[in-house]
Write a protein that binds this ligand. Structure first.
Ligand SMILES: Nc1ncnc2c1ncn2[C@@H]1O[C@H](COP(=O)(O)OP(=O)(O)OP(=O)(O)O)[C@@H](O)[C@H]1O
Length: 816
């Protein structure tokens, strides 16, 4: 077989494992148990339950035998894989093929911070900083909104009092016609802060002084009055849902969305039917302004740039310039085509509103493009005054009630620690309903989803007794599946979801919808595509398994929890060493507490882990007795062996490999599946398990993504400090890193049949021209192909150099 950058030493022999597996070292009793277990497995094909060590080396009391590493470093304990688990169809020639299985708890770097006494997370939660104000003190009517709107908010939307940013924004935008920059914490209600005054003023065109309707009400064909731009389709949809709910008190007004990934034809048809408020992604709007003649912006009074900094970062600057330029170039109509006088009720000039929880330097540039004499509106008056006095950047912070903690986890232990954390999270019924796990790139999301999901699709839930229509099986979608490993007795069902920018738009929307509406405890594994603006109720926990690429992104990620005054928790995974210093630059109202990874493992692995089907419950007498360290090792071994199982083609269709390929089919072309299989087109049948391919791809993409942390933060995320061998283990890989990294292409899959060049922003950030991809380590910043990444040749060259350096040095990296 041609190499293709894949390691040949993973070709698995077809032969069954020898019936006799030799176990060396350790106590005699353990060796006999393991021997028995392996024998049993060979007879019934069941999974063995290994006590103590899991590599076939049972030396729990004695120090492990020191073996020489490949470069002669005897300080590392390396054991060639002795696959005790015969059911894994592991190769009988593992020794020959050079797989390396290193012990989980040895040769790990130690944290530089003294965690002897980690701070305990028992402090009283701080008073919420983004909650609605007290009803006695404030209400929407006193802000200047009509009784109709205020009543609708109170009775239909259950919002009786405004939040602080709404209190400061609504009167300003009702009375004044100046541009504004809205800046407030995540989850503080910025969406309604700008929508309420806009809707109030448009409604006023149809209402008399006393609030009674005029005879000639404006309607959907009376003109387009406001445009809201947002960086992602998900955010556009979300804003439109909020607006639609609000417009139920003014059903004669109509809003619609235009965004990448949707049919332009049907968008044009909707525009032709008439729309008063348009929500759009920048690229698609620029396209319609060029090509949809019926789109008249002469009556447009407001342009809102929601998550403005993100749009700039995603390379929408040109599109925004086009949109702003075209709207300004069109003469402002003082009255509409039906003779309704707009001036006086609507602003007499075009108002631009910029909106974000964070302010990156690029916002300044965006301000220059779009704002004129803008007022800076923040949640607290004192902040506004301070800001005006100092003329400085406003400080952004996480909500005060959000509890932040970090776990410093050695690379080898990352995956088992993630599983343990999620398992302990769902150990108690009702304690956590929804968790989001942020991962650096789409390939890694795909891989972790495949690893964590149960391989067997359960029967559809029983039909609702009140209707005859059977409920749709939520697990029929390949981006939603029941989870294995992280379930518990209290929560036997946990729904796993994955979301990234390389998924087709309908799949993205359906997945987000499924996650939002899921009644079981649920986990969403995702990239930064979900970090901005998404408002899903009941998200109690955010895990940053891979740290964000820049501090503001971290603020947005953790802001998916603790919204509108609710409680929330965020956990950040860091590697020992330079990464530990990262917490010092993170904004936090209360100190970021530290957790020992050992405690996480201990808590999570206090009970046996439910392995995916067909490895049904592991809670035998022996596993009940296991210690958490043995469970962690057994779990790691099990994960690694799933990657070594025979390829799907040679197994039953329900084999996990088939599941891996199946899930990938939900992606656009250019997704994992097509990538794996493109390699083998016209060649002999592939021998690799697709899960193994997915792991390799995820590993490569992860490293590439790691190189793209913003320049100022690379002191904490230094790619040359990464121990690739250890990191490979976190992806269940036993190969040498050089082999896995070989054949890395710098061309990105962009979701289509063609490949586009990777784009790297000035901040060293990488993006692609669409589909949200980069070199497999895909940054999910897409607008359905509308977006254009920022090219920085220097950053691209630097990353290439680093990658080459790391990959060349890879053969010197040891697994220990
Ligand atoms: N006055 C209010 N009373 C109660 N809930 C509110 C109020 N205003 C907004 N909310 C709720 O607060 C949540 C967060 O609102 P929104 O998404 O607008 O926040 P945001 O400030 O835009 O956050 P982000 O910066 O993360 O985008 C939503 O669920 C919304 O329904």
């Amino acid at each position: 077989m041609a190499d293709d950058g894949m390691l040949l030493n993973f070709e698995l022999g077809d032969a069954q494992l020898k019936s006799q597996v030799k176990f060396k070292g350790g106590r005699w009793r353990d060796r006999v148990k393991a021997q028995k277990s392996a024998k049993q497995v060979l007879q019934n094909g069941a999974s063995p339950t290994l006590p103590g060590r899991t590599t076939g080396d049972f030396d729990s009391n004695r120090p492990a035998k020191r073996l020489r590493t490949e470069d002669g470093d005897s300080s590392r304990h390396i054991k060639m894989a002795r696959t005790a688990d015969a059911s894994s169809k592991a190769p009988s020639n593992a020794m020959k093929t050079g797989q390396i299985s290193s012990s989980l708890f040895t040769s790990n770097p130690v944290a530089v911070t003294d965690f002897a006494q980690p701070q305990v997370d028992d402090a009283e939660p701080a008073k919420p900083s983004n909650a609605p104000l007290s009803e006695e003190a404030e209400n929407f009517q006193t802000l200047g909104l009509s009784r109709r709107v205020a009543q609708h908010l109170a009775t239909k939307l259950d919002m009786k009092a405004p939040t602080a940013i709404q209190k400061n924004t609504v009167p300003q935008l009702i009375k004044e016609d100046s541009d504004a920059f809205l800046q407030a914490e995540t989850g503080s209600g910025k969406t309604l802060a700008y929508l309420l005054p806009i809707v109030h003023r448009i409604m006023a065109l149809s209402l008399n002084e006393g609030g009674t309707p005029k005879a000639n009400k404006v309607h959907r064909n009376s003109g387009l009055f406001a445009i809201v731009l947002a960086p992602t389709r998900e955010l556009c949809k979300q804003i439109s849902v909020v607006l639609e709910k609000l417009l139920r008190c003014a059903p004669w007004l109509v809003c619609t969305t235009v965004m990448g990934g949707e049919s332009k034809h049907s968008e044009k048809a909707r525009i032709r039917k008439g729309v008063n408020i348009l929500i759009a992604t920048p690229g698609r709007l620029a396209d319609h302004l060029d090509n949809t003649k019926i789109l008249n912006v002469g009556t447009v009074r407001w342009l809102v740039l929601d998550e403005g900094d993100r749009m700039m970062e995603m390379g929408f600057e040109e599109d925004i310039r086009t949109v702003v330029g075209k709207i300004r170039a069109d003469k402002l109509q003082k009255e509409n085509t039906e003779g309704v006088v707009l001036d006086g009720i609507l602003p007499s000039r075009r108002v631009t509103i910029l909106c974000s929880a964070t302010m990156k330097m690029n916002v300044q540039k965006l301000g220059e493009i779009s704002l004129e004499d803008a007022v800076h509106i923040t949640a607290s008056k004192s902040e506004m005054e301070q800001d005006a006095a100092a003329g400085s950047e406003a400080v952004f912070a996480a909500p005060a009630q959000l509890k932040q903690s970090c776990i410093v986890v050695p690379a080898k232990l990352r995956m088992v620690t993630l599983i343990a954390l999620l398992k302990s999270t769902f150990a108690r019924k009702g304690s956590v309903m929804k968790a989001i796990v942020f991962i650096s790139c789409a390939d890694s999301v795909d891989f972790h989803y495949e690893m964590l999901k149960d391989t067997k699709v359960p029967d559809p839930p029983t039909p609702d007794s009140t209707t005859t229509k059977p409920e749709r099986n939520p697990y029929a979608d390949s981006t939603v599946a029941p989870a294995a490993y992280i379930t518990s007795r209290a929560n036997p069902r946990v729904a796993l979801h994955k979301l990234h920018g390389s998924l087709a738009q309908p799949v993205r929307s359906a997945t987000l919808d499924a996650f939002s509406k899921c009644k079981d405890p649920a986990v969403l594994i995702t990239t930064d595509i979900s970090s901005r603006g998404l408002d899903v109720a009941a998200v109690d926990l955010v895990i940053e398994y891979d740290p964000a690429f820049a501090v503001p992104d971290h603020v947005h990620r953790i802001g998916r929890t603790a919204r509108a005054g609710r409680a929330g928790k965020a956990v950040l995974f860091l590697l020992p060493g330079s990464e530990e210093g990262y917490t010092s630059i993170l904004p936090a109202s209360t100190p970021i507490t530290t957790e020992l990874y050992e405690s996480t493992l201990q808590k999570g692995l206090a009970t046996p882990v439910n392995l995916p089907s067909p490895h049904t419950p592991t809670a035998t007498k022996e596993t009940e007795k296991q210690t958490w360290t043995s469970r962690a090792e057994a779990l790691q071994l099990h994960l690694e062996q799933r990657l070594l199982a025979k390829p799907a083609a040679e197994e039953s269709p329900e084999d996990e490999g088939a599941a891996a390929a199946g899930a990938a089919s939900s992606s656009k072309s250019g997704s994992s599946k097509s990538r794996h299989h493109q390699h083998f087109a016209g060649r002999p049948k592939p021998v690799n398990n697709p899960l193994l391919d997915a792991a390799r791809q995820a590993f490569r993409s992860h490293i590439r993504a790691y190189a793209t942390h913003v320049r100022e933060e690379r002191v904490y995320f230094d790619i040359t400090q990464l121990h690739l061998g250890h990191l490979a283990k976190a992806f269940g890989l036993r190969e040498t890193p050089g082999g896995i990294g070989g054949g890395v292409s710098r061309r990105a899959h962009t979701g289509g049949a063609t490949e586009k060049k990777v784009r790297v922003s000035s901040a060293g950030k990488v993006s692609s021209g669409g589909g949200g991809g980069y070199g497999g380590g895909r940054r999910d910043e897409d607008d359905g192909g509308d977006g254009v990444g920022v090219v920085d040749e220097d950053a691209a060259r630097r990353m290439k150099q680093k990658m080459r350096m790391v990959m060349n040095a890879a053969s010197e990296f040891n697994l220990g």
